[in-house]
Design a protein around this ligand. Structure first.
Ligand code: ADP
Ligand code: MG
Length: 225
């Protein structure tokens, strides 16, 4: 059983004048198999919060604990390893490598673990089938539609069986029908894999597929009513 605990996280960015206080004390907990949407207007701090939970940036104060570990106590090589193994990212822009096929892209996170084992290669193929790209496995990103690229990005995020998936506007670049099918896929596969999922979104459709909905308002997380 995995657990994420975010406690009283604040984030300040220095400016030439007063520092910009983006997060003013955010707390949340999540367990294996649970998901949540975080909604909020542009500039409200959604990506900032996701970057901190994803250990890509550190909080000004407060703590993040994932599976009992404080990632910010780790030095860089261990932190990178922690991030690679524990956290899968799905971004608004797919971030697939253009020169690699779908299968190769899905296997990218395995490089840091010593390359794809037979087991991981099998898992990659199974995930590619699960996200509906069976007949696109040898295609490069330029040969895929926007929705197909996000399907590949979802498979890549799951390859190392992370504890947590962080999705930042994963349907933001898609038309409404495609966005809704990607939202459904993300929610289904999250349940099947019993992974934790935090999806940051503008989209009411994506938010409605999540079990819990929160709004970032004035740097704090509120239950969406
Ligand atoms: P959202 O994802 O909700 O649109 P962000 O988390 O990207 O919002 O940004 C929240 C606020 O923090 C914005 O005002 C943005 O300009 C500011 N901000 C984000 N990153 C930085 C940074 N590295 N340095 C200074 N300000 C930043
Ligand atoms: Mg953002």
């Amino acid at each position: 059983m995995s657990e994420l605990a975010v406690q009283d996280v604040t984030k300040e960015f220095p400016t030439r004048g007063e520092p910009l206080l983006v997060l003013r004390g955010v707390s949340l907990t999540l367990k294996s198999g649970e998901n949540m949407a975080i909604i909020g207007p542009s500039g409200s701090g959604k990506s900032t919060l996701l970057h901190i939970i994803g250990t890509l940036d550190d909080p000004t104060s407060g703590t993040v604990t994932l599976d009992g570990q404080n990632p910010f106590a780790l030095a860089e090589p261990e932190l990178a390893q922690f991030r690679n193994q524990k956290i899968g990212f799905v971004f608004q822009d797919h971030h697939l490598l253009p020169q690699c096929t779908v299968l190769e892209n899905v296997l990218i996170p395995t490089i840091a673990t010593g390359g794809p084992s037979r087991e991981l290669s099998g898992r990659a193929k199974e995930l590619i089938r699960r996200v509906g790209l069976d007949d696109r496995s040898d295609h490069r990103p330029a040969e895929l539609s926007g929705g197909e690229r996000q399907r590949a990005a979802i498979a890549r995020a799951l390859i190392l069986s992370p504890a947590l998936i962080l999705a930042d506007e994963p349907t933001g670049n898609l038309d409404r029908t495609t966005a809704s099918s990607i939202a459904d896929l993300l929610a289904e596969i999250q349940q099947e894999e019993e992974v934790m999922l935090i999806a940051v979104t503008h989209s009411a459709a994506l938010a409605s597929t999540m079990n819990k909905r929160f709004v970032i308002d004035d740097g704090r997380l509120q239950v969406d009513s």
